[in-house]
Design a protein around this ligand. Structure first.
Ligand SMILES: *Cc1c(COP(=O)(O)O)cnc(C)c1O
Length: 366
């Protein structure tokens, strides 16, 4: 019998797995599974959202002019080349919807962020996975993976869940090696956590086929508000605005993001605290025999001797009320991704992993 059938690709989508947020029957849970800011949202954003709630009977701005102007002023960018979305996830979806369809290929990398594949499939396109080198994006493997059908290439820099970065020189080589009709998307969700990095904005200024995406969800502590943005040459922004819903961001979301982008102190403190506790946590775990690649983001990818050990450690952490992220779905079953918490959070997760390691060596001796 005939029945409603979705577009090609839709039924191939595996649902996005978010970081867990609770453990049954456990209070005082420490959530380090979704790369959230341990300090919470900026007070300035909370106040702005409260005020904006008074006007919720009004439709919000459709062109996001105030937020784009503030972003332009803060980061030295042309507001006309900015588009805002309900999280940078929405910008990723717009790019796939507008530029890739049935028969087209979308390249992402071995341990790349899950939304690239999901959005490519949602658009009917074929996601193509290329190898990384020791948990670092390989620009050579990307170029080797390009075919006549390639329309988009997605790289997060710094990457999630590895935390590693590709150098500016390598990105330049990649851009020079790509056919000009292929769009390179530099996902800068963690750009603010890296030192001396513009998220790829300077490449956008020079190349009409490069897009930068950014978000308020990570450094700015506003993952629940759903605000992200993209930066690209005018022709691409014009295309994306055609598929964007006219009211894709709510009034409170726009107000909160506007306050956050102007809250330079909040951003500075969040970055400094993260850098301090990120290196503390990486060193503490290394001393316990749990190494990690140097992370430029707000999490570290803890490496274990085996998948069994990583899973046993995750179970132990959970039994102690600490939630981290399993990353088997990202081809890293021997790793756990741990968000950099505040001081108490970092000390607690390191302490529990220490207990786990101690229990292991006792078991080995008996
Ligand atoms: C968290 C994340 C995003 C998207 O976050 P939004 O909340 O949709 O802005 C995008 N890319 C990467 C790599 C991420 O980790």
């Amino acid at each position: 019998m005939a029945r409603p059938t979705p577009q090609p690709g839709i039924l191939d989508i595996a649902l996005y797995q978010g970081g867990a947020s609770h453990i049954d029957g456990m209070a005082n849970v420490l959530k380090l599974s979704s790369n959230e800011n341990p300090a919470g949202p900026p007070q300035s954003a909370k106040d702005a959202i409260k005020n904006a709630s008074m006007d919720m009977h009004r439709y919000p701005s459709t062109d996001h002019a105030d937020l784009r102007a503030a972003l332009g002023a803060r980061f030295g960018l042309d507001p006309k080349k900015i588009i805002c979305g309900a999280g940078s996830d929405e910008i990723i979806a717009f790019l796939c919807q507008a530029y890739a369809g049935v028969g087209d290929e979308v390249i992402y990398t071995e341990h790349g962020f899950g939304m690239y594949k999901i959005s490519a499939r949602a658009a009917g396109a074929t996601p193509v996975k290329v190898k990384e080198r020791n948990r670092v994006v390989s620009t050579k493997a990307i170029l080797d993976g390009v075919t006549d059908k390639t329309k988009l290439v997605f790289i997060a820099n710094p990457a999630n869940p590895t935390g590693t970065m590709v150098s500016q020189a390598r990105i330049r080589d990649l851009i020079n090696g790509l056919p000009p009709h292929v769009i390179l998307v530099l996902d800068g969700a963690y750009a603010e956590f890296a030192d001396d990095y513009d998220g790829g904005a300077s490449f956008v200024e020079k190349h009409d086929n490069v897009v930068m995406t950014r978000t308020f969800s990570k450094l700015y502590g506003l993952g629940g508000l759903r605000v992200g943005w993209g930066y690209a040459a005018q022709p691409i922004i014009d295309v994306l605005n055609r598929v964007r819903g006219p009211f894709n961001l709510s009034g409170p979301a726009l107000a909160g993001a506007l306050a956050a982008v102007n809250d330079v102190d909040f951003a500075r403190t969040a970055k400094a605290e993260n850098a301090k506790w990120r290196s503390w946590l990486a060193e503490a775990l290394a001393e316990l025999g749990v190494p990690s690649d140097v992370s430029k983001a707000n999490f570290i990818l803890a490496r274990f001797a085996s998948t069994d050990e990583a899973e046993a450690c995750d179970d132990f952490l959970k039994s102690k009320g600490v939630i981290v992220r399993r990353v088997g779905g990202y081809g890293l079953p021997y790793c756990l991704r741990i968000t950099v918490g505040d001081e108490a959070g970092c000390r607690r997760v390191a302490h529990v992993i220490g207990q786990f390691k101690e229990g292991q060596s006792k078991e080995a001796q008996s």
